[in-house]
Write a protein that binds this ligand. Structure first.
Ligand code: GDP
Length: 324
């Protein structure tokens, strides 16, 4: 299924809209209050208030300043700037930042075994997301197998087991403390012999120190590449929307050392500052591929920028209103 068809997928808009409800209510209501829905001129005070609202939604200073500069420019070139123009300007600015991926995540899969590393610090929702991804790829017709690569925490292996049972998939594991690269080696062999085509690899989010963690992840990458041509095919970095701008600092470290092909932003349902997704895309310049919208196995939505922006601003289908 192409990414563009997600807009038509039953329930997609509703679920995204629900997850963004708090952010939308804060942000969109403020926009409505500030600039009004009438075709009325916008004042300098209103522009300042709009600036505060965008910052409060966690859009990031840079994005906010760019939007505000453009609004000011508009007020200079036209005597009357309407709320409609302002909304349209914000929408197109956000869409430019959140560039649309060309295809859906399942369309990125190649023939044979696809090794997908899942990285991120503890607590961001890594294990839960692996469970959801398992279901997602299964629903798209794939055979999925899991690798318990976080051997640092015994609980991580147990948690992954629970998700494997929930999704009817198999997890390849060793005892806590085992070499994760060795577990990965086994999992690749198992994946091949079971004729799986997706191997989702859990990784540690914390070790005794950061250097060790990065070295361990690099070693896993090397082992994957040696065993399967082109592997790892994807490295998904998981970020927690509720940690706001702090998450960006951790993300940069992962990006620098491990590289990342896509981002997954979790817990969008747990924040009134969903604008962080925009700040993440702007700062990291890595495509967002999924968003987590709850704790259940089906609460993972492939990322579609247009739906996201409409959900955030209350425009188009989510609010049943249209913006040209
Ligand atoms: P890990 O330490 O990164 O593996 O994190 P876990 O997968 O154990 O998740 C940590 C907590 O976040 C758990 O309570 C999950 O249920 C919760 N969680 C994960 N993803 C989401 C999400 O998208 N929305 C919400 N509301 N909770 C989530």
């Amino acid at each position: 299924m192409s990414i563009f068809n997600y807009r038509e997928k039953p329930g997609y808009f509703r679920r995204l809209g629900e997850a963004l409800k708090d952010t939308r209510e804060d942000l969109s209501r403020k926009i409505n209050q500030i600039i009004g829905t009438e075709e009325s001129p916008i004042t300098e005070d209103q522009i300042d208030e709009l600036e505060s609202s965008l910052i409060a939604a966690d859009m990031g200073v840079q994005t906010t300043m760019e939007i505000i500069d453009q609004i000011r420019e508009l007020t200079r070139s036209e005597t009357v700037v309407t709320s409609h123009q302002v909304r349209r300007l914000i929408r197109s600015e956000l869409l430019e930042i959140l560039q649309a991926p060309e295809q859906a995540p399942e369309e990125d899969l190649v023939d044979g075994l696809n090794v997908i590393l899942i990285v991120g610090v503890n607590g961001v929702g890594k294990t839960t997301t692996i469970g959801k991804l398992t279901r997602y790829y299964q629903d798209a017709g794939n055979r999925v197998i899991l690798c318990a690569g976080d051997t640092f925490r015994a609980a991580a292996i147990e948690q992954l087991d629970i998700w494997a049972r929930r999704t009817g998939s198999e997890v390849i594991k060793q005892k806590a403390g085992a070499d994760p690269a060795a577990v990965l080696f086994d999992a690749i062999a198992a994946g091949r012999s079971r004729q799986a085509n997706v191997l989702l690899v859990d990784t540690a989010g914390r070790l005794h120190n950061k250097d060790n963690l990065m070295k361990e992840l690099e070693k896993m990458k090397r082992v994957a590449g040696r065993e399967v041509p082109g592997a790892p095919h994807q490295v998904f970095l998981i970020l927690d929307a509720t940690t706001g701008q702090n998450g960006l600092i951790q993300a940069r470290e992962f990006l620098r050392v491990i590289g990342t092909t896509g981002l997954i932003v979790t817990k969008l349902d747990g924040t009134a500052r969903g604008g962080i997704v925009v700040a993440i895309a702007k700062e990291l310049k890595v495509p967002i591929r999924f968003v987590g919208v709850g704790e259940k196995v089906e609460d993972l939505l492939p990322f579609d920028p247009e739906s996201f922006v409409d959900g955030l601003l209350g425009t188009r289908a989510v609010a049943g209103r249209s913006v040209s």
